[in-house]
Design a protein. Structure first.
Length: 447
């Protein structure tokens, strides 16, 4: 039997994880979306601009909004399941099929001619929405292999003849798979698919109160059953975006530290008008991507003109209810205060949990220690040495978080030394720090 050994120096991974929590562009936002292109009903990770363009052609505003703050995006294209991929058939020589179902595939054009790059071969030209691809091939088998690299099509060989020169032709037969309107069943399928995924924030593309309640329950169940802690971001009916009372009613209905209720609505700096549900994608992205020691309070919002500039009274009632808002500060709009929807403190909670920075840092620490447990599960003996390894691993991580200003000094992480069979207990005590938002200066003027 081969002895399984792990490499020494196990502090390195979690130390890196701790440092990542204060670097931008490390958070993950899951964005469900509707479109005529993209992998259907499955998660696709898009870490940067090129990957987003390749997957969605940059046509999904909610994905682009979520990515503005630097977050990594996990896209999930919701479909009805009835979509059909466009295709083009070579007579008795196989078929080219669009990579994804939907009507966007009907815009792809293909042609075959002698290769300009490799004499003696033919060349398939594929004109897609964002680029033109060329694939040289000697036979159908080579074309099968080459089109595995295409952003737009795949070739399936059949028939008894080789592919002949073909004038430019469009793929046809693509049928939409986009639902006319998102319903509860669509979100039930979505929640089932993403239950085990790792993400920091979830954008909800619905203003339906019942679906929002289901999403909150899904997040609560994930936290309890799957041990996956993350934050839900919602918005409201576009017709109510100028009504702070409606925004606040939504916040009160949620009342959870892991739910952010967005009231930002209006014209983006890119010239497009977005409602509060669409702007919630931006909030989800910036919340995930902002380093762990920085608050969202006073962060500049790329808002050219708000749908409504809130009055002083509306701002106060919104903050009391747990509604995230943007207010004008000189020439720009800023996040007034980085609040989540927790307004009534429950069991094992404190007032500070109503701030996004505090709540998300709590989640980060729990998620990172759970990841450490996953790494060591089944690898450490249930004795003081095994316990000390885990304490050393987690302690190094917590020390970095203290240095970053994410948690206060004086934290405790101990081995309870109560191991029985395959179970052992550990004790963690730490206080998560918020940012200073109120500066009270007492000025005593000299005589």
């Amino acid at each position: 039997m081969t002895i399984q050994r792990d490499r020494p120096g196990t502090n390195v991974d979690i130390l890196g994880q701790a440092k990542a929590r204060v670097l931008p562009k490390t958070g993950v936002t899951l964005v469900p979306y509707l479109a005529e292109w993209g992998a259907a009903d499955t998660m696709v990770k898009m870490a940067g601009y090129d990957e987003r363009i390749n997957e969605t052609f940059g046509l999904v505003d909610e994905i682009e909004l979520a990515a503005e703050g630097g977050a990594t995006i996990i896209g999930y294209r919701i479909t009805s399941g009835n979509g059909v991929a466009a295709s083009f058939t070579f007579t008795d020589a196989g078929k080219l099929t669009a990579l994804y179902p939907g009507t966007k595939g009907n815009e792809i054009k293909v042609s075959v001619a002698p290769s300009s790059a490799e004499p003696g071969k033919k060349e398939l030209t594929v004109k897609g929405p964002i680029k033109t691809e060329k694939f040289s091939f000697a036979d159908k088998d080579e074309l099968v292999t080459k089109t595995q690299l295409s952003l737009f099509v795949r070739y399936e060989k059949s028939g008894a003849t080789e592919i002949v020169d073909t004038s430019e032709s469009a793929l046809t037969g693509g049928v939409t798979g986009t639902p006319a309107a998102l319903a509860s069943a669509d979100f039930t399928k979505l929640f089932s698919a993403i239950g085990g995924a790792d993400f920091d924030t979830l954008y909800l593309p619905s203003d339906d109160a019942a679906i929002q309640a289901s999403a909150k329950q899904f997040m609560a169940d994930r936290r309890k059953l799957n041990k996956k802690l993350s934050t839900l971001v919602i918005g409201g009916d576009a017709n109510d975006d100028i009504n702070m009372t409606k925004h606040n009613e939504r916040s009160v209905a949620m009342n959870a530290r892991y739910v952010i209720n967005n009231s930002i609505a209006g014209e983006h700096n890119n010239g497009k008008e977005y409602n509060s549900v669409q702007w919630a994608a931006w909030v989800a992205g910036i919340a995930a991507a902002t380093p762990g020691h920085i608050s969202l309070t006073a962060q500049v919002v790329p808002l050219k003109k708000a749908k409504k500039d809130w009055t002083h009274t509306e701002i106060l009632t919104g903050l009391s209810s747990g509604t995230l808002m943007a207010t004008r500060d000189g020439d720009v709009y800023i996040i007034e205060s980085a609040v989540n929807t927790l307004s009534v403190v429950g069991t094992n909670e404190r007032e500070g949990y109503g701030k996004i920075r505090v709540s998300m840092t709590l989640d980060q620490i729990v998620n990172d220690l759970l990841a450490a447990g996953k790494r060591f599960k089944g690898k450490l003996s249930n004795n003081d040495i095994g316990g000390a390894v885990f304490i050393g691993y987690g302690g190094t991580y917590l020390l970095v978080r203290e240095t970053q200003g994410a948690i206060a000094p004086g934290w405790i992480f101990n081995d309870k030394k109560n191991g029985v069979e395959d179970r052992r207990g550990f004790y963690l005590k730490a206080t998560v720090l918020d940012a200073i938002e109120y500066f009270d200066v007492e000025w005593e003027e000299g005589a």
